[in-house]
Design a protein around this ligand. Structure first.
Ligand code: GAP
Length: 515
């Protein structure tokens, strides 16, 4: 099965089992907007919980806030979003389809990378004792492809940094990139397109003020810097974390919940002394990467990708990329934002936004390291990594979700073997014992095998089967999802067994003890 087919199965599975639905589906949906269903919301909440506690509980100097989505319109002038939060767009005149110019070029570069990999794989099959490093350094065809790739990469980075729209278009023309729909190279000029959604505040249109739906949650933190610092008597270095909705009028909306128009971010701004930003940038890069890797999806599926074009506020930036079925893509950004935001809010609001360092006896505008991750991209990462297709003996296949137990939407299913003789009542009692601490399901329909399969399809780590022996000796069969191993355990031990496996402590220990 190709990665594309696998991804289609993933989308279908998410809908069939109540993880994610297209928004307003009965009206044929709304592009790039999605709703989370009964299991999706549990998974999403668990991911938020994992992030929030890793930031707040594991750090004595990070606190959380929950700022409003609507903000004073001057915020977005100060932050630079009104002037500079743009994507370079190009239209194909025949298909009338619109693309991001830089994405078209990046896709060309990815194909060039694939050509190199193909050469390597061909040679690997041909030669015994194949030395890949040597081959990449000396093979003329590989060197030619690589040189072209490097040249295009540099041209694109230069054009983006210089805001040279004609230069971007020229790369597309020179590389003879064609529209995937029409197949033609009939391109318009490249234009900048602002991504912020506008709306009006106030009840009468004439008296209304234009405001924006926030395109990032970060600004809610910056405008509250003084409030939190003073009310919490925070000392630098310290961080403020927040989870909340953000909105962007994405033109190229693709790949399911990867790029949405309404999405959620988990952001943390870490306020530091000027001059220490590279030390903290490195620290947060490492911490955030270990947060991802602790989930156990395989270290090889992650990479850092430094930005070619720095955002208007940054002096260093990198992405953590995960290998989705459609390639390595950004899940999280780590940015050294200098003192840009606080300085600009000081300037635009007329307030003095500084920090007084009591030990040094001086005031300064703090610098900021930001970690910013999309909740929805993280959901997609977890689903992509957990979805496994298994071939059954009868030739059919089935999908199993091997979620990390701490993130699984349902932690345990309680299943009476049959629907009579007091077994359902006993199963109810077990549910009552567990439900205060865990999300548990009760299921009595169909054969036990089918019920196990239903739970595997939604990634439930434990199934608890109640049978006649349970009534005699107070034991149940505990089935483990991944090994399918079954063991006989006491009802009284269930809580502690489940608790040990599904708690976040196991993940946090891996982060804290990674060295
Ligand atoms: N405050 C910095 C900031 O917003 P960003 O790189 O534009 O930086 C951070 O966004 C993260 O938000 C991304 O790494 C991604 O996970 C998520 N994100 C951004 N745009 C998104 C979209 N249209 N749909 C889903 N997630 C998105």
């Amino acid at each position: 099965m190709t990665q594309e087919e696998l991804f289609k199965k993933l989308v279908a599975h998410c809908k069939e089992y109540g993880f994610i639905f297209p928004s307003s589906e009965i009206y044929d949906g709304l592009a790039a907007v999605y709703d989370y269903g009964q299991l999706g919301v549990e998974l999403k909440n668990n991911i938020k919980h994992y992030w929030w506690d890793a930031m707040i509980k594991l750090h004595h100097n990070i606190v959380g806030i929950d700022a409003a989505i609507f903000m004073h319109p001057r915020v977005w002038e100060a932050s630079g979003h009104v002037g500079a939060f743009n994507d370079p767009l190009i239209d194909n005149k025949d298909s009338k389809k619109r693309y991001r110019a830089d994405v078209l070029i990046e896709e060309w570069m990815a194909k060039q990378g694939e050509k190199i990999n193909k050469e390597v794989e061909k040679a690997r099959k041909r030669f015994e004792n194949f030395d890949e490093v040597m081959f990449r350094q000396t093979n003329p065809r590989v060197l030619e492809y690589q040189a072209k790739l490097d040249e295009v990469h540099k041209r694109m980075a230069d054009a983006l940094n210089a805001n040279d729209l004609e230069g971007l278009r020229q790369i597309i023309i020179d590389l003879e990139i064609a529209c995937p729909i029409s197949g033609t190279r009939n391109w318009t000029e490249v234009r900048q397109f602002n991504l912020m959604f506008e709306t009006k505040i106030g009840s009468v249109a004439e008296g209304a003020n234009k405001i924006y739906l926030r395109p990032e949650t970060a600004q809610g933190i910056f405008v509250n810097f003084l409030n939190v610092q003073k009310s919490g008597r925070m000392k630098i270095p310290f961080g403020i974390a927040q989870i909340g909705k953000a909105f962007r009028n994405e033109i190229v909306a693709r790949q399911f919940i990867f790029r949405m128009r309404e999405f959620e971010q988990m952001e943390m701004q870490f306020f530091i002394e000027p001059g220490t930003e590279m030390k903290w940038f490195k620290h947060w890069k490492e911490f955030r990467m270990s947060w991802h890797k602790a989930l156990g999806f395989g270290d090889g599926h992650y990479q850092f990708h430094d930005h070619d074009k720095l955002a208007h506020y940054a002096n260093a930036a990198t992405d953590i990329e995960y290998e989705f079925p459609f390639g390595f893509k950004e899940v999280e950004g780590i940015h050294s934002r200098t003192n840009y935001d606080l300085s600009r809010h000081g300037e635009y609001s007329g307030r003095k936004i500084t920090y007084f360092d009591t030990e040094k006896g001086e005031s300064y505008v703090p610098y900021v390291i930001e970690t910013s991750i999309g909740v929805d991209r993280m959901v997609l990462q977890v689903i992509s990594a957990s979805l496994k297709e298994e071939q059954l003996e009868n030739g059919e296949s089935r999908i199993v979700m091997s979620f990390p137990p701490a993130l699984a939407p349902v932690k345990a299913a309680v299943l009476p073997l049959i629907k009579k003789d007091g077994l359902p009542e006993m199963a109810d009692k077990i549910v009552d014992k567990l439900k205060f601490d865990f999300n548990v399901q009760y299921d009595e329909k169909d054969s036990i095998g089918r019920r196990y399969r239903r739970q595997d399809a939604i990634g439930t780590p434990f199934c608890i089967t109640v049978d006649y022996q349970t009534l005699e000796d107070g034991t149940v069969t505990l089935r483990h999802r991944d090994s399918m191993e079954q063991e006989r355990v006491k009802i009284d031990d269930l809580h502690s067994i489940i608790s040990r496996e599904v708690g976040f402590a196991k993940l946090f220990e891996k982060i804290v003890n990674k060295d």
